[in-house]
Design a protein around this ligand. Structure first.
Ligand code: DAT
Ligand code: MG
Length: 147
């Protein structure tokens, strides 16, 4: 089954949005297979956001993502990578549709509440950066046949 890496960023943790965000993915029908509250080191931040290292906002991005705890998660389900991106909304909250997480809770692009993998390759890479294999839990839910 497809997996993706999602993370409530420091602004979402500070604004008490962990429960709201977890709830949206649970209610949608996806399955949580790993989660932890953690601080991101500067090295991990630079690795995670490596694709943006030449961008002018890279320094601010690393400072922001290391500025407080994040809630890192792995979610599983059919087409979860693309569906989670749609549920998050566009990167710039001003363009994110109402009803999406960024559309409902964020104002600035630098404080956009949530990270989500954007492809199958980035999902594998990011899950590997944040979680050890033994931290992911595989289990069956009886309700799965109804989703
Ligand atoms: P996404 O998080 O939607 O995958 P991205 O990978 O293009 O977006 O950028 C990573 C993060 O970098 C994004 O969530 C917020 C920040 N960011 C992107 N564009 C920015 C900009 N123009 N100014 C400031 N921060 C930006
Ligand atoms: Mg991205």
């Amino acid at each position: 089954m497809e997996k993706t890496f999602l993370m409530v960023k420091p602004d979402g943790v500070q604004r008490a949005l962990i429960g709201e965000i977890v709830s949206r993915f649970e209610k949608k029908g996806f399955q949580l297979v790993g989660a932890k509250l953690m601080n991101i080191s500067e090295d991990l931040a630079k690795e995670h956001y490596g694709e943006h290292k030449e961008r002018p906002f890279f320094g601010e991005l690393v400072d922001f993502i290391t500025s407080g705890p994040v809630f890192a998660m792995v979610w599983e389900g059919k087409d979860v990578i693309l569906t989670a991106r749609n549920m998050m909304g566009k990167t710039n909250p001003a363009e994110a549709a109402p009803g999406s997480i960024r559309g409902d809770y964020a104002v600035q692009v630098s404080n956009n509440i949530i990270h989500g993998s954007d492809s199958a390759e980035s999902a594998v890479r990011e899950i590997g950066l944040f979680f050890k294999e033994e931290e992911l839990v595989s289990y069956d839910k009886a309700v799965a046949v109804w989703i």
